[in-house]
Structures are given as C-alpha cells and as structure tokens.
Design a protein around this ligand. Sequence first.
Ligand code: ATP
Ligand code: MG
Ligand code: MG
Ligand code: MG
Length: 568
Amino acid sequence: MRLSQFPLATSKETPADAQVISHQLMLRAGFIRSLGSGLYTWLPIGLRTLRKIEAIVREEMNRAGALELSMPVVQPAELWQDSGRWEVMGAEMLRFKDRHQNDFCLGPTHEEVITHHVKQDFRSYRQLPVNYYQIQTKFRDERRPRFGVMRAREFLMKDAYSFHMDAEDLGREYQNMRQAYIRIFTRLGADFRAVKADSGNIGGAMSEEFHILAGSGEDLLAVAENGTYAANVEAAETRPSGKPRAAATAALSKVATPGQKTCEQVSKFLNVPLTGKVKLLVVKAAEGASASGLVAIALRGDHQLNEIKAAKHPLIASPMTLADPQDVQRVFGCEVGYLGPVGCPVPLIADYAAAEVADFVCGANDNDHHLTGANWGRDCAEPQTADLRVIAEGDPSPDGVGTIRYYRGIEGGHIFQLGTKYSAAMKLTVLNEGGQAVTPQMGCYGIGVSRLVAAVIEQSHDAGGMIWPDAIAPFRLIICPIGSDKSAAVKSAADTLYRELQAAGVDVVIDDRGNRPGSMFADADLIGIPHRIVIGDKSLATGQFEYKARRAEKAELIDASTAAVLAK
Ligand code: ATP
Ligand code: MG
Ligand code: MG
Ligand code: MG
C-alpha cells in the first residue's frame, strides 16, 4: 500500500468527548468516525485491524470444528415470544414494525434464530452435535453507549451456538470452545484472564468471560494468584461459600465505575430492612436527591434501602427534598454513606474516606453490585501498580484459594452452557437412537470482535499512540523515505525495498506522501505500525537503513540487503 493513495486522516488534537485512551487514539488515528450515539463508521485503516482480528477468530473457530453461517439482523418478534424473552429483554432491544404492522427487532443476539433453524432442519441424533457460528452485526440499544466501539450500539460480534444430545457432550464442546478462546486471545497478543461469570439474561448454568486486563475496564475481577480461582466479582458473590468476599467488596467499592450498576439488581442481591441499630450520620446526599425515590447505602452494618418511597414512609407525609442531609438521618435512622436518586451514577465509596469506618457496606444503584462487610483499612489499599490494573491485594481467602488479586477487565468474550433453556422453551426435539424425542442441550459462545480493537489499544499504547502486535496491526511494516523528492537514490532504494517486501508477502506500506520526517514518524507511531524502516541519504551512503521496532527506544542501523529478511 502507498500512503499517497491511502486516505489517512490523523490528528494531533485529543477529541474532547472521548474519555478513554482507545477512543481518543482511534479517532486521532482515523480508525473510526462517529455517526451518532454508539454508531461508528470504520475507515480503511481501522477496518484493516478489525478484519485481521475477525480473521483470527474465524480461523480458530474453523480449526475448532465450528461451521460458519449467516443469520438475519432483523428478527421476527414471534421467535422472542416463543422463548419468553420478548418481555425480558427490555429497552436494550430495538423494536419496530414493518409495513404490515408486524413486530420485529434488530438482533441483540441470536439464540432464538439458531434454535428456530435447528428445529426446522434437524430430526435425528445423527445430525448432532453441531456448532454454528457467524461474525455479524449486533444491535443493542445500550443505556449508556460510551468509550467508542467498546460499548457501541451497533457492533460486530462472533456468536456461536452448539447443540448436543446430552450434557456431557455439551461439556466437551464448552471445553473445546474454551481452548479456542485461549488461542484467539493469545494470538491477539493480549494479557487476558478467563473468569467465572454471571450468565445474565442469556441464562444457563456455567459461564466464563474472557477479559482483557486494562485500567479502564468496566468489570472487576478477583483472581487467585495460585491460579485456582478466577471470577468476575459479579459472580464471586455467589461462590460456594455463599458469603460475599470482603476484599472483593472493598475493591469493588473503590473502583466501581460511576453509572454502571442498576438499582433493580442491587435490590435483588440485598433487600435488608433497616434495623435502626446503627448511629445516625449522613455523609452525603447526592445533588438532586429527593426522598421520594432514592437509594441509601449504610456505612456500617448490613443496611441498604432501595428506592425509598418517601410518600409510603410512615414518618413522611409528603415527598421531601433533601436539602439538609440531617433530614434523611432523622427519617431513616441509619448511618448513611450514600444517598442518590434511583438510577443516578453512584459515587465511589472512596469519597467517604473521611468517615474512617471499619466495616461498611458498599453498593451501587445502577447495575448489579452490592456487597457487604468491607473494611477500609484492610481492603482499600492503594493500587499496587502504576497502571492501575491490579487494584488491590486481598487477604488470603477463607476457602484456601490463596491471595486474591483484583484486576479491572474489559469483557472480550463470554462462553455459556445454556442447557435446555431455549431448546425447551421453543420446543426443539430430536429423536435419539431409541426413537424417543429428546430436548437438545445448548451452548453459546460470543466474542466482541469490534470491542477487541479498542481493548487491545487500552492495553497496548504509549504517549505516541497505538502499539500493535504484528498479527493485528493495520500494516506490519512502514517504509519512510527521507527527502525522496530530492534524492533519486533514496526514492529508488525505497521503491525497491517496497517491491521486495511486497513480493515476499509482507504487509508493508510506504509513506510516499513527501511529508517531513517528524510528521511521517508521528503518523507511523500513532497508527502503531510495529516495524519502521527509514531510508535516508546518509545511511544509504554506507549501504544501510535505519530500523526501529515500535516498542524500541532507539533506532538501529541495519544492512540494506538484510532488510527484507528482517521483516519476515
Ligand atoms: P457487557 O457486560 O459489556 O454489556 P454483555 O455481557 O452484555 O457485555 P454478551 O451478551 O456476553 O455481552 O456478548 C458477547 C460479547 O459481545 C461480549 O463479551 C462483548 O465483548 C461484546 N459486546 C457486548 N455488548 C457490546 C457493546 N455494546 N459494544 C461492543 N461489544 C459488545
Ligand atoms: Mg451488556
Ligand atoms: Mg457482561
Ligand atoms: Mg457477557
């Protein structure tokens, strides 16, 4: 590729509305452009990396024996009514009617469609097992699209669905997929962890997520140093001991990303009535909080009030505004660490460090985290590493899994054993060897292909820009000729090398736009091309080129004749 013929739109300005580094760099490097909330156009340079990730995913899925197909993005409502999810999915599913007033949705996932297909086509045990996958657009009307393609509304997912005669065979395929995922994430050059997960509204018993570790990750992972235990803290709460993990609690409270958690789920986890044993102290009421609908989290003990309805409270005649936090304390009689309107972002418990409490409850009113028994001094240690990936060191856990470390992670993939949830609901059966109708076991396996582009950048960048591993770089090697408009020798050496590398099958690009060295290097660094060869009159005089790996501090001189070999 010649950059003179390639539309590269790089910029030095950090976009004001991009909060995380991957989003900033993807905009600055011209990987993506926004079309509206959670909608992105992939420009040619960005699409190269997206397609390379897609190719790795496809290769490993094929290697694992899965079969590629393609299902419609538009799905009839009947399928979702059959499975019982038309109601459950809520606002995240975008629904619409066609000209005949029939209901449809844009597929947020494809369990219903694939189950429908298997129901139409499959009759006998001889046709099973099967594992179908597609790499296709999904639409989820996310409540808070953000971080660019990381939490978009329209995004690219690899989703696979397997069908089995029995649970044992499902278990076998689950392990097969798990291994395929390990190969995929390893080939991406990512530092990742596979952790136990909550299966959410997809359903099913066993599930694991694959997380790329990064300080900006929305999830919190608890990982035993000795490798015996790893879980998303969402799932860690319901571990066999049944007890919340104190250290996870605290770590969570310290890093809970404002705006992530919903009140509904908090209520589900903990619906403890106030006992009134604790001392009164209101630390803070969120701005705009009114007692007619708010969440209160007690600082000591086990108390939490969800969606307090002032009108229903015997002590309050009419809804009151919490102009004075003392009002709350008077009315609710608890030591409250946080008060906020339902659905508003939850502040970090760290805001309340001044309270110096020993054991406290932490929670969030916007999506599914609430844990008890945290201890400020013990659990809320300062981050152990500069990059904030390891955020706290816990106590040895009570059930002997060793020291737990906490990481923030970006969910890149998720595998589930669904069991018969969809096959039973949609009345899918096949005949077994004895001629009896059997409801097949199902598994499903997702990877956020477009999210992975951003996730890898979160993990791999520096002040100059992105740093791509060879396998998924938009280009593997860039040739930067210096002053080629003036020097015929430079131009000819650069063109020759370019042709040689191309012939050798190297994914090479030449910056023949005639830019000055500084601007050429800045672009190459921003885009994160892993290898750079600079050709200038001075080194050329001694038959040498300058080579620099993107991660290396300094360039080195290499013999011109070995350049092609080096790029291999
Ligand atoms: P999250 O917890 O981040 O909302 P999810 O659990 O809802 O993700 P799954 O249903 O497990 O997502 O979908 C499989 C994969 O699709 C996820 O592991 C993730 O990598 C990706 N994904 C999910 N939602 C989005 C999104 N809004 N934008 C980009 N990728 C997404
Ligand atoms: Mg989601
Ligand atoms: Mg998730
Ligand atoms: Mg998931």
